[in-house]
Design a protein around this ligand. Structure first.
Ligand code: GDP
Ligand code: IMO
Ligand code: MG
Length: 428
């Protein structure tokens, strides 16, 4: 039985283990769609000890016979995508029009966007967002300002040259002189880089709105692979410490042209604790947990290698994530990261200037002043990474999971106790 059309989102600050869960769920669907973000994402999939980190290509690519789609809502770094395609082929994973299609109206991330990303971050001084420096924000800015260049432009090199010349001469008027000679600002150099990558991308270009609706009409089922997480959403996240796209479930609709009426289910992925990479408020951040996880060699970023900040599970944030995404099911990952912690804490409310809040405040500065109110649950002492059925989990682990599911008001569907595809169990 095919899975209904499902949107998968990260319900925290990204890196929840979406890649792993998508890889597991791909079995039951026909198409896997990435509809926002770019190669700022890093989705880890481990199959039989082989590790893959996917940045742009949907995590479904490791399953033969599934069609993966990059729809118009993504921002696409052509050089990054070409590298990713070649890297997978080198490892024996076929990538071609039979299993990967790329929208011809996705905006390109170009070398000058990476330059701008660095420049903007430097200009913020002590107040850095801590971006991945992949040029994501500047590329979405160009899209919104209507000076962007799109994948379809790769089909017309002469017009592309003119568009690049125009864009870069405009940019020179706004940037300091010392940057004008940077090779990332030279339209001929940019053109040469882009055309080299285009060779690998042109055969994959397609009108993906028509493509997706053609498949939907025949009853095919779709899985939308969210990137980043709810609190990195441009509108609903901890602005300005966010990414530049809509990471919540509705972003999958605008980013693909598949309407809300055709979506059957929204699936949230959460870690059993919380992590955040980059700047910005994080009420449940905890040094004890951070040190513990880093000492195990865990919680280093898949894209930038940065150490992730770690903290307790935040159910105030979780409640909000459940509301804005419309979560009906959840997967809890990295439960094994809590092995041996004697007392587990879950944040169930915030104290803020004498008030008790059950949803996060909208202002990042206010969120930074929220004090978590914790509920404590007993932990378990035995390692759980070899457990294969829900019933075999320690009772305290099951209690913890059931409490998370209750607080998020969503059904617990999958539990993950290790990074491998095989270390996953169904809870229902
Ligand atoms: P994504 O961006 O949401 O796909 O998540 P990332 O791949 O960036 O980060 C999740 C990390 O946790 C990766 O290193 C995964 O291999 C790892 N991982 C996922 N699930 C589990 C789990 O249940 N246990 C352990 N130990 N690691 C996991
Ligand atoms: P996945 O899909 C975690 C964070 C950056 C920074 C902020 C803005 O692997 O979960 P950007 O480069 O997007 O302008 O950076 O967003 N960030 C992520 N954090 N996981 C991600 O993706 C992220 N993508 C961006 O660290 O704080
Ligand atoms: Mg990641």
């Amino acid at each position: 039985t095919a899975m209904p059309n499902t949107i998968i989102v990260g319900a925290q600050w990204g890196d929840e283990g979406k890649g792993k869960i998508i890889d597991v769920l791909t079995e039951g669907v026909d198409l896997v769609v990435r509809s926002q973000g770019g190669n700022n994402a890093g989705h880890t999939v481990i199959v039989g000890g082989d590790k893959y980190i996917l940045h742009l290509i949907p995590s479904g690519i490791l399953h033969p016979g599934k069609l993966c789609v990059l729809s118009h809502g993504v921002v696409l770094d052509p050089t990054g995508l070409a590298k990713e395609i070649l890297g997978l082929r080198q490892r024996g994973i076929p990538v071609g029009p039979e299993n990967l299609r790329v929208s011809d109206s996705a905006h390109l991330v170009l070398p000058y966007h990476r330059l701008l990303d660095e420049f903007n971050e430097d200009a913020r001084g002590d107040d850095k967002i801590g971006t991945t420096k992949r040029g994501i924000g500047p590329a979405y800015s160009d899209k919104a300002t209507r000076v962007g260049i799109r994948t379809g432009d790769l089909r017309h090199p002469e017009l592309l040259r003119e568009k690049l010349r125009t864009r870069l001469s405009l940019l020179r008027q706004t940037l300091p002189a010392h940057l004008h000679t940077d090779p990332r600002m030279d339209h001929e150099a940019v053109l040469a880089e882009v055309l080299a990558a285009a060779e690998h991308i042109l055969p994959l270009l397609d009108g993906t709105v028509a493509l997706l609706h053609r498949h939907l009409a025949t009853g095919a089922s779709l899985l939308f692979e969210g990137a980043q997480g709810t609190f990195l959403d441009l509108d609903c996240g901890t602005y300005p410490f966010v990414t530049s796209s809509n990471t919540i479930s509705s972003g999958a609709c605008t980013g693909s042209g598949v309407p809300p009426t055709l979506i059957d289910s929204v699936y949230g992925v959460v870690k059993a604790y919380t992590t955040r990479v980059g700047g910005g408020p994080f009420p449940t951040e905890d040094d004890f947990l951070s040190d513990r996880l880093h000492a195990m060699g865990r919680e280093y970023g898949a894209t930038t290698g940065r150490a992730r900040r770690c903290g307790w599970f935040d159910a105030v944030a979780g409640r909000y994530a459940s509301l804005v995404n419309g979560l009906d099911r959840i997967a809890v990952t990295n439960l094994d990261g809590l092995d041996g912690v004697p007392t587990l804490k879950i944040c169930t409310a915030y104290h803020f200037h004498g008030q008790t809040l059950d949803l996060p405040p909208t202002d990042a500065a206010d969120l930074a002043h929220c004090q978590p109110v914790y509920e404590e649950l007993p932990g378990w002492s035995e390692p759980i990474h070899t457990v294969t059925t829900y019933a075999q989990l320690p009772q305290n682990a099951r209690h913890y999971l059931e409490r998370l599911s209750q607080l998020l008001n969503a059904k617990l569907h999958l539990v993950s106790v290790g990074p491998d595809r095989a270390q996953t169990m169904q809870a229902e």
